[in-house]
Design a protein around this ligand. Structure first.
Ligand code: 2YG
Length: 272
C-alpha cells in the first residue's frame, strides 16, 4: 500500500471544484454522484443528511507519524461534499475522545496500515482500500455507460482491486485479472466465480478495453495498448501511466490520490 506524502495532498483542496467538473465531463457525475452510485443511491439522498451531522478527522501520530496536510485534505473533501467537519486538536486516542465529546457522528482516522471511517452512532465502518476500489468501479461503470456483459481487466488483486471486482461483477461485468502475486489471484478466484486470469499484462490489455489499475507501480500500462476505446480507472498511486498515456486517454482516465476514496467512505458509513 502506498504511503502518501505531503506533496501528494497539499494541492487537493484547492483543486476540488476543477476536479469535480472534470469528473462531470468524464463520467457524467461529480464526486458526490460517483460516491452515491457506489452505494446504489443518488447524491440527492445524501443532501438532507448534510446539515444535521458533524464529522471529525483525527490525526494519528503512531508509527511513521503524521503526514502534513493529510487530515486537512480529508476535511476539505468532506466539506466540499457539503458536510460540517473538523480536525481534532488532539491526536490519537485523545483526539478520538475529543471527536466523540464534540458530538461527531462519523470519525475518519488513518495509521500506517489502515485508513477508516467509523459511524459512531451505528457502528458501521469502512476501509479506504475497499471503498476506493468500489468508488472507482462506480466511476468506470458510469464512464462506460454500464458494464453489463462487458470485459474489464483488473490489474492488482489487493484490497482496492478486490473491492472493485465485487462491484463490477454486481454490475454484470466479466472480470479478467492480472497480479504478479499468485496468492492474491487465488484469493480473488474464491470471490469471483468465473474469474479469468491472464499470465501477462500484454495479453490482458490486448483483450480488454476497460481497465482498472490498482497497483503501487508506475508505468504498468504501456502506451502502445491504449486505443480510442480504452477507458482506465486508476486508483493506484503512483499513476500506472506515463505522461503520453495520460494525454492519449484525456477524459477517459480517472485518477486521484484521495478524493473518490474519501467520498465513497463517507457515503458508505452514512448508508444504513
Ligand atoms: O494521521 C496522519 O496524518 C497519518 N497517520 C496518516 C497516515 C496515512 C498512511 N496511509 C496512506 O498514506 C495511504 N494508504 C492512504 C490512502 C491512499 C489512497 N488510497
Amino acid at each position: 500500500m502506498t504511503r502518501l506524502r505531503e506533496e501528494d495532498v497539499c494541492h487537493v483542496g484547492t483543486m476540488l471544484s476543477g476536479y469535480d467538473q472534470h469528473l462531470l465531463e468524464c463520467v457524467g457525475k461529480g464526486l458526490a454522484g460517483i460516491a452515491a452510485h457506489s452505494v446504489g443511491r443518488s447524491s440527492a439522498e445524501f443532501a438532507k443528511t448534510q446539515t444535521d451531522i458533524s464529522i471529525a478527522v483525527v490525526p494519528i501520530a503512531y508509527g511513521q507519524g503524521i503526514i502534513c496536510g493529510f487530515s486537512q485534505t480529508v476535511q476539505e473533501i468532506v466539506k466540499f461534499l457539503g458536510f460540517t467537519v473538523f480536525v481534532t486538536y488532539q491526536h490519537n486516542i485523545a483526539g478520538l475522545a475529543e471527536a466523540v465529546a464534540k458530538g461527531a457522528k462519523i470519525v475518519f482516522m488513518a495509521d500506517d496500515d489502515n485508513f477508516v471511517a467509523i459511524n459512531v452512532a451505528n457502528g458501521k465502518a469502512v476501509d479506504n482500500g475497499e471503498a476506493t476500489g468500489r468508488g472507482y468501479a462506480a466511476a468506470l461503470d458510469l464512464m462506460a455507460g454500464g458494464l453489463d456483459g462487458k470485459q474489464v481487466l483488473i490489474i492488482g488483486a489487493g484490497p482496492v482491486g478486490t473491492g472493485a471486482a465485487q462491484f463490477l461483477v454486481g454490475r454484470g461485468a466479466r472480470i479478467t485479472a492480472y497480479d504478479k502475486n499468485e496468492a492474491k489471484i487465488t484469493i480473488l478466484k474464491r470471490l469471483i466465480r468465473d474469474l479469468e486470469v491472464v499470465p501477462c499484462l500484454k495479453e490482458g490489455l490486448s483483450k480488454c478495453k476497460l481497465v482498472f489499475e490498482a497497483t503501487p507501480a508506475a508505468n504498468t500500462i504501456d502506451t502502445s495498448h491504449i486505443t480510442p476505446d480504452t477507458m482506465i480507472a486508476a486508483p493506484g498511486i503512483p499513476l500506472g501511466l506515463d505522461q503520453q498515456g495520460r494525454l492519449l486517454l484525456g477524459d477517459r482516465l480517472i485518477h486521484d490520490v484521495l478524493e473518490i476514496g474519501v467520498a465513497t467512505m463517507l457515503f458508505t458509513v452514512l448508508t444504513d
